[in-house]
Design a binder for this molecule. Structure first.
Ligand SMILES: [Zn+2]
Length: 386
């Protein structure tokens, strides 16, 4: 339990503002420390280590807020009341390289405009870096992240979430690689031209499509990381067989704790990822961490959908928002930061510590974050399946 508290505090220290503490250079006997000392040790560690986060949805949140390429730049540099991340909180938590998700909602696959949206989101991230070059930096390699860390700069590496961004054009993989994108999540909420999504039961291709196979080969050729979060198990094993390079789940937790939830990775998949020298980056959304949380969350959604229908209201209506707020205050499930530690421990026990990382999905899972890893609620984002 004590170990778990330390790990929880370390996680908190790594990603959150948990107070300061001197750099710890010597081996410490953590069992002798009280909670405040553990917190200080965790905070000091987080400042010293390079911490990468596999997935954050800041770009799309900024887009939704209307901060695109026109007008005022989103004030990422000062502490914000909303959202899960800004420069101040990242620095306080010792975060060095959060991957910015260039997220393409599945709807763009049908109505078009996926590439344009990806271009816009990438330009928005470039604009942030160009506005504050003394604080932020691009990063397209491990060396970049190390160099930026030494200079005290926060790296903003890029990953595309949903290969719909390349539409049906293989050459766009290289196009986005040249723009600095270093990983691509193959699908999102629906099957796309590349393969099948775990949130979609159509099994359009029964795994990776022929086009998807070409995409995997092209990503291998360029050195773009293949992100296996969001794909079906069948698609995963097709990718694992084909890819010559390590594969990464940038924001998935262990299915061991959420049986039947294909969006999380099974023990078999975790072992395969480790065998290929990849990584499972544990994600923090409550439904990914705990089965009971997920059940309660689904029941709440169903109830609210039903209530909206009965009252002929839409989510955005004021009366609906008021009702949801009251309802959620009474029925919202909760999960602790120690659950994140359970998931980390599970992967460590299964395959070893080299194959586990963090993929928070900050700014993407709203108020479903665990106690100890949360900020202000955002009821609207609660509905997005990340
Ligand atoms: Zn996602």
């Amino acid at each position: 339990m004590r170990k778990k508290i330390l790990a929880g505090l370390l996680l908190c220290g790594m990603l959150w503002s948990c107070g300061g503490g001197p750099a710890q250079e010597e081996a410490i006997d953590y069992s002798t420390l009280d909670e405040a000392e553990l917190l200080a040790a965790a905070s000091a560690l987080s400042q010293r280590l390079i911490i990468v986060d596999g997935h954050m949805d800041l770009p799309f949140r900024m887009y939704n807020l209307g901060h695109t390429m026109e007008g005022e730049v989103y004030n990422f540099i000062e502490r914000q009341e909303s959202g899960n991340i800004d420069y101040v909180r990242a620095r306080e938590g010792g975060l060095d390289a959060p991957f910015m998700a260039i997220y393409i909602p599945a709807g763009y696959q049908e109505r078009g405009g996926a590439k344009d949206l990806a271009d816009t989101l990438i330009m928005m991230m470039d604009r942030l870096v160009d506005t504050w070059p003394d604080k932020l930096a691009r990063a397209t390699s491990v060396a970049d992240i190390r160099r930026n860390h030494e200079k005290g700069l926060l790296s903003l590496p890029l990953g595309i979430e949903n290969a719909a961004a390349i539409e049906d054009d293989l050459s766009l993989v290289e196009y986005f690689f040249d723009k600095g994108v270093r990983y691509m999540t193959l699908t999102h909420g629906k099957d796309n031209l590349v393969g099948d999504s775990s949130y979609d039961d159509s099994e359009t291709h029964g795994g990776l499509s022929d086009f998807g196979k070409e995409v995997v080969r092209e990503m291998n050729r360029l050195g773009m990381i293949i992100d296996v979060s969001h794909i079906t198990d069948k698609t995963f094993f097709d990718v694992a067989e084909l890819s010559r390079a390590p594969i990464v789940a940038t924001h998935s937790s262990a299915r061991h704790f959420t049986p039947g939830f294909e969006r999380n990775v099974s023990d078999e998949i975790i072992k395969k990822i480790a065998e290929k020298e990849g990584m499972v980056m544990i994600t923090f959304g409550g439904s990914f961490l705990d089965e009971n949380y997920s059940k309660q969350n689904s029941a709440n959604r169903a109830h609210i959908q039903e209530w909206l229908k009965e009252n002929n209201l839409a989510m955005r209506d004021e009366a609906a928002q008021a009702y949801i707020q009251t309802y959620m205050a009474e029925n919202k499930p909760s999960v602790s930061v120690t659950k994140v530690v359970d998931h980390i421990d599970h992967v460590v026990k299964l395959v070893g510590i080299d194959y586990v990382g963090l993929g928070s999905d900050f700014d993407g899972v709203g108020d479903t974050l665990p106690e100890g890893l949360r900020t202000l609620p955002c009821i609207r984002i609660f509905w997005r399946s990340c």
